[in-house]
Design a protein around this ligand. Sequence first.
Ligand code: COA
Length: 159
Amino acid sequence: MAADLDFRIEPGGMADLADVMVAMGDAFDPQFGEAWTEAQCAGVLGMPGSWLLIARSEDEPAGFALLRKMADEAELLLIAVRERFRRQGIGRALLDRAIEDAIADGIETLHLEVRDGNPALMLYLQSGFVQVGSRKGYYRGRTGKQFDALTFKRHLGVN
Ligand SMILES: CC(C)(COP(=O)(O)OP(=O)(O)OC[C@H]1O[C@@H](n2cnc3c(N)ncnc32)[C@H](O)[C@@H]1OP(=O)(O)O)[C@@H](O)C(=O)NCCC(=O)NCCS
């Protein structure tokens, strides 16, 4: 039987950008156009209300989640786990921690957007997100092919 993977999740910041980009490069298939550039990540990390969670296993970057708060709402901008660390609970742990942080910060609603057909949909549905809309051709892949986005939200607050 495989031993459980040892990993930890910590709040991150600009100093973790290189590790974020390592995970980004491994996690996203360029055919779908979902990955962000380093400049885009740095831009968001420099904005008020953004927060980063980084997962590491034996000091190696394994994954991350990037979020941004706006008043009493927040958006999960990106969540990613490197291929070889997948299906061992890191994605769910990142999402659970993001939700925990959001609740502690008084956030009422968490929004996200995901490419139609992305396996991450299962993770979001299991976590109680409900679909609220869709955006036709929102993602543009490497070859110019377009993919629809689905928008989801989860109510976190008591109001
Ligand atoms: C989505 C992602 C973050 C999940 O990370 P992970 O560490 O493998 O997730 P977990 O091991 O915590 O899985 C949690 C649950 O999500 C679902 N899930 C995750 N990957 C799945 C897949 N490939 N197919 C079907 N369900 C999947 C399962 O229900 C899983 O629970 P289970 O393993 O008990 O069946 C990872 O696959 C990833 O980085 N994908 C590429 C980046 C991406 O598309 N991110 C989302 C948009 S920003």
